[in-house]
Design a protein around this ligand. Structure first.
Ligand code: ADP
Ligand code: MG
Length: 308
């Protein structure tokens, strides 16, 4: 696995506030890496540090194995950290000409990046006539000038309507398919689950967990008992319900009419439940382990509260 960005023991203090407390993780090349956390958890601070806008109190970071953020390296990274200023009365193309001039990029790239965000047809329309999603796509087009391999986005769907959110998510997946590594901060679980391959969950400046989205969904949290959701059914559902309530490890049993939903600790497996019921004389007609959603895991990990 080749690593694009590596954080080693990054700390950032604002006076007594530990905005980032000893953060270490690696971002694999080719991933869509989500930094997920409630508002105030330190996401923007983290991106600011690796983009050299802020200085860490201690710790170090490496882009493609090289320490710090050199000018040369930064040129290979497209960033969208805050909403860029575009001129409302100018066309998309003219706005990008200004952006290209500031960044020292050739105008030849403009149709290429407009095509990538699917705005080439609308290049002559005034920015003010654009939908929210189109405006954000233009902002992303601007980050693509210079054809960077790495993109860093801070809350890229903030303030967008549902249509705009869908457009940006599709675009991110598309850019990833074209080989770009994307590092994205978000407080929206659903977004991370739908778009990201990897996730680091932070809360109050502390890294709670990191891994592939799949790993994080399946891992047991360190500080709480993880729960599984299992759906079961049998001919005599009332007898089954009574039986399951006596099984150690079962936390709750909900009757949904045609089936029972069991919430159990991770010490129980589907096969141990099946065996237990069979030995007590009930044959299960259904047994499904439900996939735990990232939302549930996130609430388990963070305690469900927004911080600060
Ligand atoms: P997020 O992007 O996850 O919402 P931030 O990185 O913006 O979080 O902020 C993390 C914490 O650091 C918050 O408690 C915020 O109030 C605090 N903070 C951010 N910038 C400053 C600053 N310049 N001075 C003091 N505190 C700050
Ligand atoms: Mg932020």
């Amino acid at each position: 696995m080749s690593v694009v960005l590596s954080l080693k023991n990054i700390k950032k203090n604002y006076g007594p506030l530990k905005a980032l407390d000893d953060i270490s993780f690696d971002v694999p090349k080719g991933s869509v890496f989500g930094i997920l956390g409630p508002n105030g958890s330190g996401k923007t601070t983290m991106l600011g540090i690796v983009m050299d806008i802020l200085k860490a109190t201690s710790g170090s970071f490496y882009w493609n194995g090289e320490q710090g953020s050199t000018n040369e390296m930064r040129k290979q990274i497209g960033t969208l950290l805050e909403t860029p200023n575009f001129y409302h009365y100018l066309s998309a193309e003219k706005n990008l000409k200004i952006a290209a001039a500031i960044k020292g990029r050739s105008y030849d790239e403009i149709p290429v990046v407009l095509e990538k965000v699917n705005l080439l047809q609308r290049k002559d329309s005034k920015f003010s006539t654009y939908s929210l999603g189109m405006k954000q796509r233009l902002a992303i087009a601007s980050t693509l000038l210079g054809s960077p391999d790495i993109l860093v986005f801070d809350e890229p769907t903030n303030g967008l309507d549902p249509a705009g959110i869908a457009e940006i998510r599709e675009l991110m997946k598309d850019l990833n398919r074209q080989g770009k590594t994307i590092i994205m901060a978000s407080h929206i679980l659903d977004e991370v689950e739908k778009v990201c391959t990897h996730v680091a969950i932070i809360q109050k400046g502390i890294l709670k967990t990191v891994g592939t989205v799949q790993e994080v969904l399946n891992a047991a949290p360190t500080d709480k008992v993880a729960t599984l959701e299992i759906e079961v059914s049998a001919d005599n559902i009332t007898a089954l319900e009574d039986l399951l309530k006596q099984l150690p490890g079962v936390l709750s049993v909900t009757n949904t009419g045609s089936a029972l939903t069991i919430e159990s600790s991770e010490t129980l497996s589907s096969s141990s439940i099946n065996k237990y019921c069979f030995e007590k004389g009930i044959v299960l007609s259904q047994l499904t382990l439900k996939k735990k959603s990232l939302e549930k895991r996130f609430l388990e990990i963070t305690g469900g509260k927004s911080d600060r």
